[in-house]
Each structure stands twice: as structure tokens, then as C-alpha cells.
Ligand binder design. Structure first.
Ligand SMILES: NC(=O)C1=CN([C@@H]2O[C@H](COP(=O)(O)OP(=O)(O)OC[C@H]3O[C@@H](n4cnc5c(N)ncnc54)[C@H](OP(=O)(O)O)[C@@H]3O)[C@@H](O)[C@H]2O)[C@@H](O)CC1
Ligand SMILES: [K+]
Length: 496
């Protein structure tokens, strides 16, 4: 059976609960610290065989405690070490005090450390317990080390990174590598924390998985294990209507490309039928570029209402290149009736900027049927208070937005978060940097629509679409265009 640890995310708060539960179940907490420190020391020796000296920077809490174990282990391995502490080591408590007592070497103040060629820094200043911004002298030390060529191996998290949010609290080490324990923390995946973490190693210090799972479970890394069980069964012989019918709204004659990209992505992603709903004026532009995607004229509410008499038409994408906010609001209103599902993207999101509640009211009832795909700017239009609240992590912003809208929110970026109204949230990590290209969002909207049309629940449809988008981006490679991205979609099916 596959372990959940690779995809589990635990906040520092969860990790504290894990600690307490582990102690309550009889595990020695100092034993955990000893294994953590030994693992970091082993990593240091393996990664930096040419180090002339290991400099261990120890903080005032248990992260510092890990550091004293590292120092003892590296000295026992015969390497040259120096230890610099923030604060008085005599003030250490609990396991950290035990680790310090076992170290028995000399300790200099943090401010006395000046990077020198051949050093490798082991950063054990702060981990899960960083609760506020760093003081000016610590910031100065971190910045001096970052500016030097001295590599940094971080214990648990690069000091200065907030483990809950990934934010930099004043300054943070740019680590070459980080060793964390049991599972990843949001700060390893969310930006800018992800950029500061370097290569991440996850070391099992022996906390039973049942304890981890009992404290976590709502948030995780976006991977097939989270949604594979609801992927549409590929029958091969399946009737095209079984694989669902997706309808995508085209923009006006001057902006037809975005809608077509969504429609073509939807078809490539397995929707049985895809229809582009186009105003008459845009018909010839659309017809000139489409073959397998069907075209239907929709000029206004009357046409759409007539179309909605077909009960098989359950899934819509509205927004890419759409332009007309007033019309988008009316179309969303019509679609919301019945059990229909809507992917609202781009201009479709912006259409509700003056009255987001109007949108939320449309989809307030029942299972989520609305998927919102905002980037940060669009998110701020619907959820200005959440966007402004710098105490929230991107995961928390997504969770709150999903709860408020009773929709699934795909908050896009290099660290895309997918969140559901019930509090589930996944952080995506497979998107290559070159995926941020023109039309990429249109392709994603079509992908989500295709997964919805094939009957997946909204959260899983959204998460699997984001993952598949990332994999296709990797397959298409650097220099991809929206077209090559669509072509690459089919190629990733076998690994889902
Ligand atoms: N989870 C596990 O199973 C295991 C976890 N282990 C390890 O424990 C680590 C977590 O330890 P931790 O909770 O003691 O927190 P840590 O990061 O050392 O910092 C707390 C100290 O820093 C202080 N402080 C905070 N912010 C500050 C600031 N801006 N500027 C200055 N001071 C600041 C804070 O002071 P206070 O806020 O209380 O005044 C307190 O003294 C975890 O990352 C991992 O390495 C392993 O041993 C194996 C088992
Ligand atoms: K650290």
C-alpha cells in the first residue's frame, strides 16, 4: 500500500499536535530529536563531502536542539565544526536542553559568525516555531550568509520561512537543501518558501503514520492519489454522450481564440462532445479554425434558454475572451438553474467584481457546481478582503473563498491551490515555469470543463485538471504554446 506521507501536508500547528500525540502514545520526544539531528548530519556528510568546516547555527527552541545533535554527530564523524547560538544556550528547555547538554562543545554567539570559504552552514535557528518577524541582527546574519558563497543546509525549514504560509519573516536562508521530518509543511510548497527550500529531503523519524493522519488530512499535495478513484472509466466503446457534453462560450468576433483553446482542450481531455457557443458575428472566424468541435449560434438569453432545454447539456465554460460583463452575468444566472455546472474563468470572474455575492447566491445550494479559476488579480476582484489579509496563507485564502462561494477555487500561480467548500485543499507542484504562457489558462478552463462533463465531482475534476495541465506542460517542454500544450494532453493519460 502506498504511504500517504509523500502527499500529506501538516502545518506547524498540526505538527505540534503530532508531537504531543506521539509523546502521549509513549514515544520518546528526545528520541525523535536525536533521529532528526542524526539524519541531518548524515545528509550534510553525504551532500558536502568537501566541506572544510560545518558551522551549526542553533536557535532558542527545538530546531536549535536538533542543531546540537547535528553538531555532536558531525564532530563524532571527525569533521571540523563550529557552533554559534542565538540567545543563551543555558536558557534552553526540555529536549533542546538535553541535546545541548549532550553536545559538550564550545558555543559562540551568532553575531560572531562570519562566512568563510570552505564552510557549510547547518541552519538550525528556527523551524516550525517561528512565530513573528526576525530581529534586525538575525536578518543581518542571514543576509550576509546568503550573499556569501557558503552553502546552507536547513533543518526542517530555512529559518525565516513561515511553515504555515511560506512567507519570509524579515529574511530567510536560501538553502541548498532542507531536511524535514515525516512529511512536508505548507511553507515548503507555497511561494516564496518553495524557492528558498532547495532540494527537500523528507526523513522518517519514526512517528507512526496513524498519528500523522489523525492530525492532518484536509490539506495535501496535488497528486493522482487524491482523485484517481473518481477518474472516468475509459470504456473505449463508450457512447460520446456518456463522456459528457461540454459547452464553451466564444468571445466576440475580435476575440475568438481563447474560447476555441478551451473548447479544443476540452475535446482533447476526453469530453465526448464539445460545442462552442458563438455569436453570429464570430461564427466565420470560429468555423475557419474548428473541425471536431461543434458550433452553435448563441446571440443572447433567448438562444441560451432554448439550448438549455437539452438536459444533456450540463457543463459550461464561461469567461475566456468573453469580454461582455453584463452578458456574462445573465448567462451565469441561466446556467445556474438546474443541476448545471460552470467553470467561470477570466472575464467571467471579472464580470462579478461589483457584486460577488450575486454569483455566490446563484450556486449557494447543494454540492459545489461552480469552479472558479482566478489568478491573484482576479481573485482580488471577487474576494478583496481575503486577498488583502496578509496573515492568511494561499491555502487558507483558497479555503475561505471556496467556503464563501460554495464553489471550488483554483487559485492559480506557480503554487496553484485547489480548494473545496468543505475545507479540503491541495497545493500543486508539477507546473513547469514555462506553463505560464498566453492561452495556458484557457486550456486549463477547458480541461476542468472536460473533467466535469465526464462526471467527476468538482473538487477532484479541478485538481486532476491542474495536475494534468502541469504534466502536459512538462511533456510539451520549454517553448510550449497553448496549441502544443493541448497536443500534449493525451500523452499524460496513462500516468493518471
Ligand atoms: N515535530 C516533531 O515531531 C519534531 C520537531 N523537531 C524540531 O522542533 C522544531 C520546532 O521546535 P519549536 O516548536 O521549539 O520551534 P523553533 O522553530 O525551534 O522556534 C521556537 C523558538 O524560537 C523563538 N522564536 C520564534 N520566533 C522568533 C523570532 N522571530 N525571533 C526570535 N525568536 C523567535 C521562540 O520563542 P518564543 O516565541 O517562545 O518567545 C522559541 O524559543 C522543528 O522545526 C524541528 O526542527 C525535532 O526535534 C524532531 C521532532
Ligand atoms: K531551520
Amino acid at each position: 500500500m502506498q504511504s500517504h506521507k509523500e502527499t500529506l501536508l501538516l502545518t506547524p500547528e498540526n505538527m505540534g499536535q503530532v508531537d504531543r500525540a506521539a509523546a502521549a502514545s509513549g514515544l520518546s520526544s528526545y528520541g525523535l530529536m536525536e533521529r532528526a539531528g542524526q539524519a541531518v548530519a548524515a545528509c550534510a556528510l553525504r551532500r558536502f563531502p568537501g566541506a572544510l568546516r560545518f558551522v551549526i547555527l542553533c536557535g532558542p527552541g527545538n530546531n536549535g536542539g536538533d542543531g546540537y545533535v547535528v553538531a555532536r554527530a558531525l564532530r563524532a564523524a571527525g569533521t571540523e565544526i563550529a557552533v554559534h547560538a542565538l540567545g543563551e544556550p543555558a536558557a534552553l528547555r526540555g529536549d533542546a536542553a538535553t541535546a545541548f547538554a549532550q553536545f559538550t562543545g564550545s558555543v559562540a554567539p551568532l553575531a560572531d559568525y562570519h562566512p568563510r570559504s570552505g564552510d557549510v552552514v547547518v541552519d538550525a535557528l528556527f523551524g516550525a516555531g517561528l512565530g513573528r518577524n526576525l530581529a534586525a541582527d538575525v536578518i543581518a546574519t542571514i543576509e550576509a550568509i546568503n550573499e556569501s558563497a557558503v552553502p546552507v543546509l536547513a533543518v526542517d525549514l530555512p529559518s525565516g520561512i513561515d511553515g504555515r504560509t511560506g512567507a519570509v519573516r524579515g529574511a530567510a536562508f536560501q538553502a541548498a537543501a532542507t531536511v524535514t521530518f515525516m512529511c512536508r509543511k505548507p511553507g515548503h510548497l507555497l511561494l516564496p518558501g518553495r524557492m528558498m527550500t532547495g532540494d527537500l529531503e523528507i526523513f522518517d523519524i519514526g512517528i507512526p503514520e496513524r498519528i500523522l493522519l489523525a492530525q492532518g488530512g484536509k490539506i495535501g499535495v496535488n497528486a493522482p492519489a487524491a482523485w484517481r478513484h473518481v477518474l472516468p472509466v475509459k470504456t473505449g466503446a463508450g457512447h460520446k454522450y456518456v463522456r459528457g457534453h461540454l459547452a464553451v462560450f466564444s468571445g466576440p468576433a475580435t476575440a475568438t481564440g481563447a474560447g476555441r483553446l478551451s473548447a479544443m482542450a476540452g475535446l482533447r481531455a476526453g469530453a465526448g462532445l464539445v460545442t462552442l457557443l458563438s455569436p453570429t458575428a464570430a461564427l466565420s472566424a470560429n468555423a475557419a479554425h474548428l473541425t471536431a468541435v461543434m458550433l452553435k449560434v448563441v446571440n443572447g438569453d433567448g438562444d441560451l434558454s432554448a439550448l438549455l432545454e437539452d438536459v444533456r447539456l450540463k457543463t459550461f465554460v464561461l469567461g475566456p475572451g468573453f469580454g461582455d460583463g453584463e452578458r456574462a452575468r445573465r448567462y451565469a444566472d441561466l446556467i445556474a438553474s438546474g443541476e448545471r455546472r460552470l467553470v467561470l474563468d477570466a472575464d467571467g470572474i471579472t464580470a462579478f467584481r461589483d457584486d460577488p455575492q450575486m454569483l455566490f447566491d446563484l450556486f449557494a445550494e447543494g454540492e459545489p457546481r461552480l469552479v472558479l479559476t482566478p489568478h491573484d488579480g482576479e481573485f482580488a476582484r471577487l474576494f478583496p478582503d481575503l486577498a488583502e489579509d496578509s496573515t492568511l496563507s494561499k491555502i487558507e485564502r483558497g479555503q475561505k473563498a471556496a467556503a464563501r462561494s460554495n464553489g471550488v477555487v483554483i487559485l492559480k500561480g506557480a503554487d496553484t491551490v485547489i480548494a473545496a467548500p468543505d475545507g479540503r485543499a491541495l497545493v500543486n507542484e508539477n507546473a513547469p515555469p514555462w506553463l505560464a504562457t498566453a492561452g495556458s489558462g484557457d486550456v486549463l478552463a477547458g480541461l476542468v470543463g472536460a473533467h466535469l462533463a465526464q462526471g467527476m465531482p468538482a473538487f477532484e475534476a479541478a485538481a486532476s485538471a491542474v495536475w494534468r495541465h502541469g504534466e502536459a506542460g512538462r511533456t510539451a517542454g520549454e517553448g510550449l504554446t497553448a496549441e502544443t500544450l493541448i497536443d500534449a494532453l493525451g500523452g499524460v493519460d496513462h500516468i493518471m
